[in-house]
Every structure is written in C-alpha cells, then in structure tokens.
Design a protein around this ligand. Structure first.
Ligand code: Q9C
Ligand code: ZN
Length: 342
C-alpha cells in the first residue's frame, strides 16, 4: 500500500490547549505523524510519496467558501494584532446571540468559525492544513487510478471540521473532501467509516441531508464524551439523507469484543448500501493507553480491524484522524493497514 505524507505538517507545532483546568502543550503534536511514518518504513508497508499540490476548489465543495478563505488569514491577522503564542477562540455566537454577522476582530472571527477552543493556530498551521488536504487528495487519486487502497497520512486531522467550523484539532475535513471528490469523479455512492474514538461531528454535519454519502460512526457516547453535542444513536440523517447516517455510541471502558460487534453491524449497513468506495476515518485513540480517551482496544486488535475492512472487498482509502498515545501510535495505525493487506 502506498502512503502519502508531507513534512509540512511539522510547522503545526508547539500549540497549547485547555485540558482539565490547565493550559497544556497540545496532544495533537508533530511526533504523531513522524512516528506513524517511521512505522510505515520499518514495516515496509510500501512507498511513501509526497502530495501533489491542489487548489482549494475541492475543499469548497464541502466547506463554505467564506470558511476556507478565512483559514489562511488567521495567523497574519493574529500577528497584525500584536500577539504570539497560539491563536485560540474564547467567545462564540451561541443561542440568543447574533450568528449572522462576521465581525472584523480576529478573536471574534475565530469564535464565529469554530465550535470549541481546540483548533489552535500557530505560524505554520495553515501550511500544515493545506498539506494535509493535499495528502488526502493525492492518496484519493491513487485509488481512483486503480490502487485497491492507499494511506493518507494526514496531519492535522479533519473529522471534527464541519461546513463552516473548525474544532477538536481539525480544520479541513479531509475525509469529507475526498468522499465528495470521489463522487465528482463518478462514484455513485461513497461510505465513510469513522473508527476514531470521538464522534465525527463535522463529517456527520456535512453529509446529514445527503443519501449519496453514507456516514457510519463508532465512538464514545456523547452523553459523557467530547464532542458532546452530536453523535447520538437517534441521529439517522434528515430529508433525503434519512437512513444514511448511523451512529454507534459506546460507553467508557468499551473493549474490542463490544467495539467489534458495532463494527460488524456497521459493515452490514455498508454492504447493504453497496458503495463504490470506502473512506476510513482512521483514528487509533480507541487504544487502552490513549491519554485523553476511555476505550480499551489493545495493539493486537488493530490488525483485526484492518482485516475486517479488507473483507468488504471494496476500494478503500485510509485517512488519518486521531490517536494520542504517541509511543504506540505507529504500531496501532500501521497495524490496521498491515491487517488490511494480509
Ligand atoms: N483537552 C481527534 O481525535 N479533547 N480530536 C478536549 C482535552 C478534544 C480529538 C479535552 C479531543 C479532540 C481528531
Ligand atoms: Zn479522536
């Protein structure tokens, strides 16, 4: 399997985040992608290719044009306001406030285009976001050209980003971008299988009223876990999209037996939908030692996940999402991929 990777992710570094009452170094850090890349090499998964550079047209098919145009302006606006550190929003246009006017102030704009304080900007953030997008589209093109599978080693991740919001370490929704791109390249139906520990709220929001992209989400119950405000089992899609969104919320402490039963059910829904292509939002924060998560998957479980996805016997693009147990992130993420190929 070919991997697409860009070193430009590394400019998105030294971020800060609010965690349990303290401002701490960001969990979503450059070592994540570097360790996965090193494991791709040591396991001889296949060649590692640089991304082709794309314009932003494909991003604007799933995000609003205003949101995408905003992203490259953040750091220049922040610097012009005389500050360093991490550009992080602190106020949001919640219920009862005006959500229809984009203010001139950069702090206000950050709140306008986000749902939380979890998508910080530093100097290199925009170029990392853009490289992650280029990585996803380049890997998608490999599958379109006839490869059975490919690995988009994206960083930053994407599944929390919606049509007009960032959050949860995510800015451009890479999985949504490539799903739409496959549709535009002639795929009749695309399934997105999101196995990240957190609900892919952005992906769900983008496709909620559509039937041409099926969204299957396995995650921690939003009653008790981030992102909290989406991801319940009764969210099944709306309008034309009704019946094409499937959520599998699971309790803290979920181990592979229970988790794989949900995967099995999701695979049944996927097969019934008969997509032309599967996009896997590949998070490995389901791991028992993940520092911000509460599931109990073990390293030997990940190849089984890959094998189950391979048994679908469909062209499959893996798009990297979360996973914060850095020491084991390479073993676990690449474990899914080698399990797929075995
Ligand atoms: N500061 C992904 O896995 N956690 N995003 C908030 C800890 C946010 C996770 C509490 C987790 C976001 C792509
Ligand atoms: Zn996650």
């Amino acid at each position: 399997m070919k991997t697409v990777f860009s070193p430009l992710h590394a400019g998105h570094a030294d971020t800060m985040e609010l965690n349990s009452g303290e401002i701490v170094p960001g969990f979503e850090k450059p070592a994540r992608a570097e360790i996965i890349k090193a494991r791709v090499e040591s396991e001889r998964l296949g060649p590692i290719l640089p991304p082709e550079i794309h314009d932003l047209a494909a991003a604007k098919k799933v995000h609003t044009s205003a949101y995408i145009d905003f992203l490259p302006t953040v750091w220049p606006q922040w610097e012009a306001s005389g500050r360093g550190g991490s550009a992080i929003p602190f106020t949001w246009p919640t219920r009862g406030l005006r959500g229809d006017v984009v203010p001139d102030n950069i702090d206000a704009q950050l709140g306008f285009y986000s749902f939380d304080a979890g998508a910080p900007f530093v100097k290199g953030t925009w170029h990392a976001i853009k490289s992650s997008y280029d990585v996803a589209l380049t890997a998608a093109a490999l599958v379109k050209a006839g490869e059975r599978t490919a690995f988009a080693l994206c960083r930053p991740p994407g599944h929390h980003a919606g049509a007009a919001f960032m959050g949860g370490y995510c800015y451009i929704n890479n999985a949504a971008v490539v799903a739409q791109w496959f549709r535009d390249q002639g795929a009749a139906r695309v399934s997105i299988l999101d196995v990240d520990y957190h609900h892919g709220n952005g992906t769900q929001e983008i496709f909620y009223q559509r039937r041409d992209v099926q969204v299957l989400n396995l995650h921690a119950d939003p009653m008790v876990e981030y992102p909290f405000f989406l991801g319940h089992a009764d969210e099944r899609g709306h309008g034309e999209g009704e019946g094409f969104n499937h959520n599998y919320p699971m309790p803290f402490g979920t181990a592979f037996d229970e988790w794989s039963a949900a995967l099995e059910d999701a695979c049944g829904k996927l097969v019934a939908y008969a997509p032309d292509i599967v996009v896997v939002s590949l998070g490995v924060d389901t791991f028992e030692k993940d520092p911000i998560s509460q599931f109990k998957l073990k390293s030997p479980d990940y190849p089984k996940v890959g094998a189950r996805i391979a048994a679908l016997n469909l062209p499959t693009l893996f798009v990297m999402e979360g996973g914060y147990a850095v020491d084991e992130i390479g073993v676990n993420a690449v474990g899914v991929l080698t399990g797929f190929e075995d």
